[in-house]
Design a protein around this ligand. Structure first.
Ligand code: ATP
Ligand code: LTN
Length: 331
């Protein structure tokens, strides 16, 4: 038992509700790729979560397989990480039910992401409301030590910890308390069109750079990105959120320190910096896009990866669910 709680385990996931973008990469996937070397890694494509907003079935199927291609092309290694579909492991929804019986409606009503979606005009559906409980189930099933996510998911991971504490208190020690991890820079990449909002696949495509975007599109999107007043390439997220965001993207894609980037672009202007940034992003994405294209031409290989991942995930998930059912008194 003790060794299990000490084992390093990672769980995190992305929704196939659109195209994976560089915000997803910098805020989350990049960390998964680094940590798969030292952690037992579970990275579901959370397809059931995608259904919390209306999806066209044929398009959703395409997005699911494209997300699997993105995962692998971005560096997740199926030999090290279990890559699988959430819907292929029924324990996720089964544990969700148990956690639903411990979740207070008041806690769900406080979820900022839910409130924002309603303000944006999304329908107040029960699935959208209880979506953090399904996320808690995704996480707790694998008893992870770390959950690397973007900043927008902080409150959901907090709820997960609350539910783990509640369960442990009532039924005895079961779930280790997971810790969320954020990258040092880039936990919230901002929309290219509106730096008061995070980059999001549910907003206009000009506002994000998809992993699969062509060089032309990348140049165009960066060129038309909103900038702040002035012309200095200075990282100051409070007074210059837009240019700071572009500098953070440059940092994430080039590995150059932010101070160094400021120095390198001291005597230039936004236009020159944007052109340089576009080339850095294009260069970095090129081999990823080639791999992605190749994977999508061999879909059976992706399906095999997902099946193998689901098998690994299922072994762990069924063990946890059995333990949970027994502790709560189910036969
Ligand atoms: P949407 O924005 O459409 O609601 P999403 O991109 O937030 O979707 P996911 O694909 O599930 O949803 O996100 C995968 C991971 O990427 C999560 O850990 C999330 O926190 C992170 N992430 C998403 N957007 C950003 C962003 N703009 N900056 C940093 N991390 C992000
Ligand atoms: N809610 C997250 C996606 C998500 C997730 C998870 C992230 C679902 N289950 C488990 C980390 C761990 C989102 O909207 N980005």
């Amino acid at each position: 038992m003790k060794s299990e709680t000490q084992k390093k385990i990672l769980l995190s996931g992305a929704k196939p509700s659109g195209e994976l973008h560089i915000g997803n990469y910098i805020g989350a996937v990049k960390q998964w790729v680094a940590l798969q070397e030292t952690h037992e890694t579970f990275v579901p494509i959370v397809d059931l979560h995608a259904l919390t907003e209306p999806q066209d079935p044929a398009k959703l199927r395409e997005q699911i397989i494209a997300t699997a291609a993105d995962y692998v092309a971005l560096g997740l290694d199926p030999a090290k990480a279990a890559i699988f579909l959430q819907s292929a492991v029924p324990e996720h929804t089964q544990l969700m039910w148990i956690l639903n019986t411990l979740t207070s409606v008041g806690d769900l009503e406080r979820m900022v992401v839910y409130k924002e979606k309603i303000t944006e005009g999304k329908q107040a559906l029960a699935g959208l409301f209880t979506y953090p409980v399904l996320m808690a189930a995704d996480i707790l099933l694998y008893k992870p030590t770390v959950v690397p996510v973007g900043e927008d998911q902080r409150q959901h991971v907090e709820l997960t910890r609350t539910l783990a504490h509640k369960f442990n208190k009532r039924f005895g020690q079961t779930f280790p308390i997971p810790k969320e991890l954020h990258p040092e820079a880039g936990k919230k990449i901002l929309s290219l069109q509106d730096p008061t909002k995070k980059m999001s696949k549910s907003h206009s495509s000009l506002s994000y750079i998809a992993i699969a975007d062509s060089s032309e599109k990348i140049r165009q999107k960066i060129k038309s990105a909103v900038t702040d007043s002035g012309n200095a390439i200075k990282h100051d997220p409070i007074t210059k959120p837009a240019i700071s965001n572009l500098i953070t993207i440059y940092h994430a894609f080039s590995g150059k320190e932010i101070k160094q980037i400021e120095k390198d672009f001291t005597n230039t202007n936004y236009k020159n910096f944007k052109e340089a940034l576009a080339e850095v992003v294009i260069e970095k994405l090129k081999p990823i896009q080639e791999k992605r294209k190749d994977l999508l031409e061999h879909k059976q290989k992706l399906i095999d990866i997902l099946e193998e991942g689901a098998e690994k995930a299922n072994a762990k998930a069924s063990e946890t669910l059995r333990e949970v059912y027994s502790k709560v008194g189910l036969m």
